[in-house]
Design a protein around this ligand. Structure first.
Ligand SMILES: C[S@@+](CC[C@H](N)C(=O)[O-])C[C@H]1O[C@@H](n2cnc3c(N)ncnc32)[C@H](O)[C@@H]1O
Length: 347
């Protein structure tokens, strides 16, 4: 397979002709949402003419026509049995209409995408509430509901007046993996300045925790390893045992599963979270906030305008890396679904 290649054309054909089984690590797809918009702004032939084929492929309007019927038959007769059953049931329920035509178009492609993903691979499907509920049924059937990981809510605009209902301002990104052996690297988002001021102390420059004494222990003696001395500190002598709070382990942003209390203490010591001060009764848990620290990234990505300066260590606002483009932004191309250039932003 060629790598770092851009294929220009219908992705169904590209997937079937060019992409081998189990060869892809990650798929992000941002297909038409079935929200009746046309996305043809950028697709002109070199002559300046609009290409008829491109216009067909890139217009976000779907109709139940012979192609939809034919693709539906293909899925029902030759697709994976569960997918065939689900599509037949959906057709019964939804009928042969525009929504069904859209779902047929998506299903046949998503089956191919599952085929090309490696067992360790992930897929992020960008959509919006117009069809996300149906797409989730489709995805649950193709990938297995046990492989559903997140629905990310991505705030895409400031306001959207639709009258007599709440402003629809978010998209959804459905995150599925092929198996439970998927590659995952936890990402963090920076702390809010208010959080840091409330939970950390400052010596003028840095902010640090001020947990002293027995924060790494729990009350009561224990027989096992957690009752044994660590680096000269004997918890049993003080009627306590080693019990490192999950909250503190979480700050280190490491996988501590399977480690004993002494091994966890060793690791925290190596990472600089635990200090040993001669004369102190206990080791001291101390954590100075670094720019890379933060809370694990959540499933709501929502830029909040006018919050500049509220994010610790930056002069940025909340979720600025997913900021939508204003009419004044130079990079704005006039394309309705344009995304920020760095996604997510480098830390
Ligand atoms: C919602 S837009 C997203 C575009 C882009 N990712 C962005 O952020 O602006 C949907 C895109 O899917 C493309 N598209 C639609 N049908 C396609 C197909 N069968 N094969 C490949 N691309 C297709 C359209 O050209 C359009 O650019």
């Amino acid at each position: 397979m060629i790598t770092n290649a851009l294929y220009y054309g219908d992705n169904l054909e590209v997937l079937r002709k060019h992409i081998p089984d189990e060869s892809i690590d990650l798929i992000y797809l941002d297909p038409p949402f079935n929200s009746q918009a046309t996305y043809n702004v950028l697709f002109k032939e070199p002559s300046g003419e609009l290409s008829a084929a491109q216009l067909r492929a890139f217009s976000d309007t779907w109709h139940w026509d012979t192609t939809a019927e034919q693709t539906f038959r293909e899925i029902v007769e030759k697709g994976p049995p569960q997918v065939a059953k689900m599509m037949a049931a959906l057709r019964e329920f939804i009928g042969g209409n525009d929504m069904m035509a859209y779902l047929v178009m998506m299903t046949v492609r998503l089956v191919e995408m599952r085929r090309v993903l490696k067992a360790t691979g992930s897929l992020y499907l960008h959509c919006d509430p117009t069809a996300s509920h149906y797409l989730k049924i489709v995805m649950d059937t193709i990938f297995g509901n046990q492989n559903f990981r997140n629905e990310i809510v991505w705030r895409r605009t400031g306001a959207h007046n639709k009258g007599r209902r709440l402003a629809p301002i978010h998209d959804s990104v459905l995150f599925y993996t092929k198996t439970d052996k998927y590659v995952w690297r936890t990402q963090t988002r920076p702390y809010m300045l208010g959080h840091v001021k409330e939970f950390f102390v400052t010596d003028g420059e840095d902010y640090r925790t001020n947990y002293f004494g027995n924060v790494l222990t729990g009350s009561g003696k224990r027989k096992g390893e957690s009752g044994k001395p660590w680096r000269g500190f004997d918890p049993t002598a003080k009627g306590r045992h080693w019990a490192i709070p999950k909250r503190l382990l979480g700050e280190a942003n490491e996988d501590f599963t399977g480690l004993g209390q002494h091994e966890k203490l060793d690791r925290l010591y190596e990472l600089g979270y635990i200090k040993i001060v001669p004369g102190e009764a206990w080791p001291i848990y101390e954590h100075r906030i670094r720019p890379t620290d933060g809370q694990p990234t959540g499933d709501i990505w929502a830029f909040q305008p006018y919050t500049g300066g509220t994010v610790f260590g930056t002069n940025k606002g909340i979720d600025e890396d997913v900021r939508w483009l204003s009419t004044r932004d130079k990079e704005r191309l006039g394309y309705q679904t344009q995304k920020p250039p760095t996604w997510p932003s480098p830390s």
